[in-house]
Design a protein around this ligand. Structure first.
Ligand code: ADP
Ligand code: ASP
Ligand code: MG
Length: 409
C-alpha cells in the first residue's frame, strides 16, 4: 500500500464526463489498496474566464477580491469529483484551501505556501476516504483566500505530497509526459523517461508550463517523487529525479520558449557607478520582474546603452516608471517593443561540453533569425528573438541538437 497524491489539470477535468474518467482512475488506485489525496485544477478555460471578469469589472481590481473570484473554479471541480467518487461507492470529501488549511503569505495573486496543516487530511485518510483538495489556493495571513499564480495547482499537489509524506506525486495532464520541447509545436519532440529536478526547474522557469516552476523547486527541496503522465491514456510518463539516477546524460535535454516577453533599451545611460542601481530600484519597487539584462561597453567612457526584458504585461508600467524618472536616471532615450520571445536550450551536460552556444548561434544564423539578447547560466543558454520566428527557431534547434524522435524504418 502506498500513499499517493494525484493531481489532475484543467483539460483532465474539462467536463463532467472527464471528471467521471478521473473518478474511475482514482477508484482503481483505491481498489489497489492505496491511500489517495487528489488535487484538482479548475475546468480548462475557467480560470481565464474568471480573470476576464475581473478585468472587465475594473482594470485596477483589488488583488484580494481577484483571488476570491479566481479560487471559485476549483471549488466546482472538487465538489463534482467527490460526487462522482461517491457514485462509484468510493467515500470521498472535498477540501477548499482554507479547510485543509493550506497557509500562504499575503502576496495575493502569487502567494507562496508557508505551511500545510495535515490533521484534517490525515483524519480523512484514516477514515478510509479520498481527500479531494482544491489546487491553486490557500488562506493568507490576512485570513483572506489567496491564489498561487497561474498553473499553481501543480505546486499545491507537490506541497500536499510533502506535507502528508506521500510516496509519490502523480501529475496527470493532457500530454503523456515531459518532452524535449513542447510537443504541441514540435511534432518530432521526444518523450523523456526521466528528467533531473534541475533541468525541469530550468525548463519550467523558461516557459515549459507542463509543471509550474515553484512545484519543481518544492519537489527538489523536499525530495518528492514526481511523475508526469497522461490522464487519457495508460502510458508510462516521465519521472523527475535527481542527477545520480540518470545514467546517460545528454548534453542538451530540452528546448523551452516563453512568449509574452518585451524588450526595453535605455539609450545613452550615464556610465558611472550607481547608475544601474538607480535604474532598477524603482522597477523593483513596483514589483516589475526584470529578466535578462545586457549592458554594452561604453564607446566614449561617458554613456552606454542597456537592454533588459520584462513580461509583456509589465511593459507599459516599466516604461512609465522609467520615463517619469528620466531626469534622475540620466539617460537620453527609451526604445521598447513587445512581441519578442525567449528561446532557451537546457541541459546539465552543458557543464562539461563546449560548443553548445556556438551550435545555437550557427543554427539561428542559418535560418536568418536575428539574436537580440543573450544570457547564459551553467546549464542553459537563452536568446531573445522576434516572436514570429518561435516555431522555426525551436524546431531548428531541436533538430540541431539531435533531439528529434527517430522513427524506425
Ligand atoms: P494542466 O492543465 O494539466 O496543468 P498545462 O496546460 O498547464 O496542463 O500543461 C500542459 C501543457 O504543457 C501541454 O499541453 C504542452 O503544450 C505544454 N508543454 C510545454 N512544454 C512542454 C514540454 N517540454 N513537455 C510537455 N509539455 C509541454
Ligand atoms: N486553474 C489555475 C490556472 O488555470 C491553476 C492550475 O490550473 O494549475 O492557472
Ligand atoms: Mg498546468
Amino acid at each position: 500500500m502506498a500513499r499517493i497524491v494525484k493531481k489532475f489539470g484543467g483539460t483532465s477535468v474539462g467536463d463532467v464526463t472527464r471528471i467521471k474518467n478521473v473518478a474511475a482512475r482514482v477508484a482503481k488506485a483505491v481498489e489497489d489498496g492505496h491511500e489517495v489525496v487528489v488535487v484538482l485544477s479548475a475546468m480548462s478555460g475557467m480560470t481565464n474566464q474568471l480573470v476576464g471578469y475581473c478585468r472587465e469589472a475594473s482594470v485596477m481590481h483589488d488583488a484580494r477580491e481577484y483571488d476570491a473570484v479566481l479560487a471559485a473554479g476549483e471549488q466546482i471541480t472538487i465538489g463534482l469529483l467527490s460526487i462522482c467518487l461517491q457514485d462509484l461507492g468510493v467515500p470521498a470529501r472535498s477540501f477548499l484551501g482554507w479547510q485543509v488549511p493550506v497557509r500562504t503569505n499575503d502576496m495575493h495573486g502569487a502567494a507562496r505556501i508557508e505551511t500545510i496543516e495535515t490533521e484534517a487530511l490525515e483524519k480523512c485518510l484514516s477514515e478510509g476516504r479520498v481527500a479531494v483538495v482544491a489546487g491553486f489556493q490557500g488562506i493568507a495571513r490576512d485570513n483572506r483566500i489567496a491564489t498561487l499564480g497561474r498553473g499553481g495547482s501543480d505546486t499545491s499537489a507537490v506541497a500536499v505530497a510533502a506535507a502528508v509524506k506521500a510516496d509519490r506525486c502523480d501529475i496527470y495532464t493532457d500530454v503523456d509526459g515531459v518532452y524535449t520541447t513542447d510537443p504541441r509545436i514540435v511534432p518530432k519532440a521526444r518523450k523523456l523517461e526521466k528528467i533531473t529536478y534541475e533541468e525541469m526547474l530550468e525548463m519550467a522557469s523558461l516557459g515549459a508550463k507542463v509543471l509550474q516552476t515553484r512545484s519543481v523547486a518544492l519537489a527538489m527541496n523536499f525530495g518528492v517523487r514526481v511523475q508526469v503522465l497522461s490522464s487519457f491514456e495508460d502510458l508510462p510518463g516521465t519521472l523527475v529525479v535527481s542527477e545520480d539516477e540518470i545514467v546517460e546524460q545528454e548534453v542538451v535535454s530540452g528546448i523551452a520558449y516563453s512568449r509574452g516577453e518585451a524588450k526595453v533599451t535605455v539609450v545613452g545611460l550615464e556610465d558611472r557607478p550607481g547608475q544601474v542601481s538607480h535604474l532598477f530600484a524603482p522597477l523593483a519597487d513596483k514589483n516589475i520582474n526584470v529578466d535578462m539584462i545586457v549592458q554594452s561597453a561604453s564607446e566614449d567612457g561617458n554613456r552606454t546603452d542597456l537592454t533588459f526584458t520584462v513580461p509583456e504585461d509589465d511593459l507599459a508600467r516599466a516604461v512609465e516608471v522609467l520615463e517619469s524618472n528620466k531626469e534622475e536616471m540620466k539617460f537620453l532615450d527609451l526604445v521598447y517593443r513587445a512581441g519578442v520571445v525567449k528561446v532557451s536550450v537546457v541541459g546539465v551536460g552543458m557543464r562539461s561540453h563546449a560548443g553548445v552556444a556556438r551550435k545555437m548561434f550557427d543554427t539561428l544564423a542559418e535560418k536568418s533569425i536575428n539574436v537580440q539578447v543573450i544570457s547564459t547560466s551553467e546549464i542553459k543558454i537563452s536568446v531573445i528573438i522576434d516572436a514570429e520566428y518561435t516555431e522555426l527557431a525551436v524546431r531548428a534547434l531541436h533538430t540541431a541538437y539531435g533531439l528529434d524522435v527517430t522513427t524506425e524504418a
